[in-house]
Design a protein around this ligand. Structure first.
Ligand SMILES: C[S@@+](CC[C@H](N)C(=O)[O-])C[C@H]1O[C@@H](n2cnc3c(N)ncnc32)[C@H](O)[C@@H]1O
Length: 285
């Protein structure tokens, strides 16, 4: 573990091994954008589907992509193995968190059902927020541009993604939990200040300097951290990528613990966080 400041700690390694070893009852929020299991990038391939049309490893194939020739028996492995992978780390969260902690998870429209089915064995699903992306490419292509120009293959323009809102289980009343741990409620005014309403959707800001292929924006992450965690509490991101959650947590006055497996992304997170910490110190002094 590297200590970057009194409120910022990061770990280079595999969360599947590290999460079970983290200390008990330290966190009040887990905010993460984990792999979606939709084969977007190498780190997002969490299955051993051998369907040739998915283009797995091998000379003429690649690991990423969507099934391109219909359904194969092998495709069933994608969601099944994603559920197993999700449970391998989610099952530890109740032990790491205080009761009624919020667990906020960015996910995909395609496999969020698998995430929910797996996570609800240990967590309570409370809501699904719509994360409205600043832009979205309409990529459905025309198989017969001359004969049937209106017929396209693929998806409609993907304007939103789900953010799954879970709670760790708790005993007692909501009021008693809020008084004891500060968890279980939401600071709805923080949410309204940013979004302009109490509706369960949030408009993402565009990322100005992109340092990770699936980088999220600091602004919405900060709003959600302020809404769903008590002041000065600890926030965990087991899949921190370029460290966006960390910067948002520090900006909100929370303590951050982040984990990242890929060395390049880990170093990006480290330098972004150090830059933020140094700028803050300069601003205060
Ligand atoms: C969707 S990205 C997170 C991007 C992040 N929200 C940002 O703004 O930069 C998921 C990250 O999880 C990392 N990852 C995947 N499997 C992991 C594991 N088992 N342990 C730790 N990190 C992992 C990937 O390398 C990737 O950087």
């Amino acid at each position: 573990m590297e200590k970057l400041s009194n409120t910022c700690y990061i770990i280079h390694g595999d969360s599947i091994d590290i999460v079970p070893k983290l200390p008990e009852k330290k966190f009040s929020l887990v905010y993460s954008d984990p792999p979606y299991g939709i084969s977007y990038d190498k780190w997002d391939v969490l299955h051993d589907n051998k369907n040739k049309s998915l283009l797995v490893d091998g000379k003429k194939r690649k690991r990423t992509g969507k099934p391109i020739r219909g359904w194969s028996k092998e495709d069933e492995k994608i969601s099944k193995q994603y559920r197993q992978w999700v449970f391998s780390w989610v099952k530890h969260l109740p032990r790491l968190c205080v009761p009624a902690s919020a667990i906020l998870i960015h996910n995909s429209r395609r496999l969020m059902h698998s995430f929910i089915l797996s996570a609800e064995r240990e967590l309570l699903l409370q809501d699904i927020l719509a994360y409205i992306k600043p832009g979205s490419h309409f990529q459905a292509f025309r198989p017969f541009p001359d004969d049937q120009p209106n017929i396209r293959i693929g998806n409609l323009s993907p304007r939103w993604e789900p953010i799954l809102v879970f709670r760790t289980k708790f005993k007692g009343t909501n009021k008693s939990i809020i008084q004891q741990y500060g968890t279980g409620g939401m600071n709805v005014e923080e949410f309204k200040n940013f979004t302009g309403s109490y509706r369960n959707m949030i408009e993402a800001c565009s990322v100005k300097v992109k340092q990770h292929p699936t980088q999220k924006d600091v602004e919405t992450t900060e709003c959600l951290i302020r809404t769903f965690s008590p002041e000065k509490s600890r926030v965990l991101d087991p899949f921190m990528g370029s460290g966006t959650t960390g910067i948002a947590a520090l900006k909100s006055g929370r303590v951050f613990v982040g984990i990242e497996k890929n060395k390049k992304h880990y170093n990006t997170a480290k330098s972004r966080l150090l830059e933020f910490i140094h700028n803050e110190q300069r601003r205060l002094w």
